[in-house]
Design a protein around this ligand. Sequence first.
Ligand code: SF4
Length: 813
Amino acid sequence: MARIDRIAEPWGTRTPYGPGEAWPVRVDTFLADGLTEDDVDRWVTSATILHSNGDGLDIAVKDGRIVGVRGRAEDRVNHGRLDPKDLYGWQANNSPDRLTRPLVRRDGELVETDWDTAMDAVAGRCRELLDEQGPSAVGFYTTGQLFLEEYYTLGLIAHGGIRTNHVDGNTRLCTATAAAALKETFGCDGQPGSYTDVDSADVIALFGHNVAETQSVLWARVLDRLAGPHPPRIVCVDPRETAVARAATVHLAPRPGTNVVLMNALLHEIVANGWVDRAYVDAHTVGFDELEERLRDYPPEVAEQVCDVPAAQVREAARVLGSAQRLLSTVLQGFYQSHQATAAAVQVNNLNLVRGMLGKPGCGILQMNGQPTAENTREAGADGDLAGFRNWSNDAQVADLARVWNLDPFDIPHHSPPTHAMQMFRHAEEGSLRFLYVTATNPAVSLPELGRIRSILAQERLFLVVQDLFLTETAQLADVVLPAATWGEKTGTFTNVDRTVHLSEKAVDPPGEARSDLDILIDLARRLDLRDKDGAPLVKWSDPEGAFEGWKECSRGRPCDYSGLSYARLRERNGIQWPVTEDAPEGTERLYVDGRFYAQPDYCESYGRDMVTGAPLDDVEYKALNPDGKAVLKAAEYLPPHELPGQEFPFQLITGRTLYHFHTRTKTGRAPQLRAAAPEVWLEMAASDAADRGWGEGDLLEVTTPRGRVEARLRISGIRPGVLFLPFHYGWWDDPDALERGRAANELTPTDWDPVSKQPIFKTAAAAVARLAASDGVPSRAPTTTASRPVVADVPPTRGGDVALVTEREGTR
Ligand code: SF4
């Protein structure tokens, strides 16, 4: 047993293992106030909620309060390990500034009220607008942090009850491209791979995926492979010198906005050198000839010119990828939040397909998620797609959903693609959308071009409802604020990136009058008197288990089939990968093992889109392209980003995250250890750029783009020259002056999105930077343990100290 400062050592102690072996167990525990495990009254089963990895954990309860967490040794995802955000983040549940009563706006001020008054105001305004303007006046903007049962209920209310097409989640900012890339290639969302692929891969390629900070337990698994016999080779694509880059066999650091060129050049080399599995390609894919034709234009010398990556390095990376026996590829925000997001992410799918590396141990694709329940937002239809990965442009599938919901098919909007978040905010700006119901997300800090977003949210004519734990920057602008219960205070299921479903049980009561999101949504449906076609209540359940049973029926026969699961089953064995059916009662480790896909024209979730315009294809076009439902190899040409650096704005600005915070810090900013680890925004710049200007570590800088300004202290890091990095976590709830001063990275980002996935572009803004003051020897407060590691100055290392000591216990399952 060891006691480790997990702020200083985020990935903990190594437990090495070799290819094909089981990942050793290491159970991480953190308890408050010097408590020991003997002091805990009870342990309640759950999983992690501050990233997408889906690690199994138990919540420690004492005297009716959460007092700590412990990783679950038997969980298939983490084998007992926990991320620093989980180890310390639970303290936010006990924060004294939790919302405990509903608030309504009176004479410009938010004042406390009772639930009846608040809900009548919400339902009343919604009904008024439905009567006056119809369903298109109403929109829902949700999150990747509720539970499956809540998303399913929300999707039913919005699509089936209110009948609006304006439903989306903040997953649009995060994983919309994961879904889009999977739909383009496989006809359907759903991750093909499994985390167990890490155990046997001989090459792991990470494309714009700083897994060390976004899914730190998965990175611990990779680190343990790297420390064991026959370690895998790592290919890393990232403009920053992340922990992944430092461990990589080959690190490619392309110019932001050029991922398509880099991917095409890698594929060019794979094809030119004959590293293609022709038998697999011929049997299981369509589109190879077009792909091969397109790749002719992208030899490594083109990548050298456009991406500014040496052609020899591209060839070296291609050789590693081309010689892999078992290739695991993963993708995240470096691709998803970039220019041509889907086109680039699809090329990663192409890589594994042309190499025939799918459906076997060690051979997988993980188009990653960022949030813990993002997968559920998508599968349950709270991101605008229809529930159960149903195709909005396939009438038979819409009719099938109408059967499940006992509605007429025409009651479910499917005349056009679902309205994506960026478009919903435009509708609100233009005045056709008058009612916006926001659950568990903070668009006033997380959406691009914040000056514009604030003015949209603050409009008098927009009725804004915010359901959250705290008075966030968005809630401060609301007409009604509804206090919500959170993880640990309610029961429900959620599903991680590799399709593992966990049941999270209620451990303690929520504070004050706060209620679960599910309760509030059911209350809303009742007050709106939403009914099915026989006049029965539309929402037919009153608790999480009832909602889960409803969802099971909705998912039956669809790719994300939960019909073989139940709460009882999850209580026996938590952590089962969908699909779970009568035929596969133990779940499904990998999709597409037999080279068959969910891509048949009558079954697929999507007919695909044009890679340049984003226009949806119709069934006739799709049937002509892919009559037998094979995987589609989609080629893409490179198009330059819309905003390029120039004389006035000479840098490229990218935004991103740090290991210690999640989103806009509503939770992690209230956990003392996490807050202290990364207390303030910083700006990263390469040593050569800083030296050219005579600037030093900790200097106070002003970053500007055509949209706004931010003040931040300089961290000279291993980032690519010509590129600046700002973490996007910092708003102004904990520092009201920060709004005036400029602290949120999204003051600077543009209103622009990928044409296919509609994911906003956070990685290619043109920016200028100036110095406001010298540091006087005080460094920036950026963490030293992560990608923001300093490269020039003598900066004190980031430490958590005694208050951050975590017990690590190695053992067996
Ligand atoms: S921090 Fe980024 S990757 Fe993580 S959930 Fe948020 S948007 Fe997604």
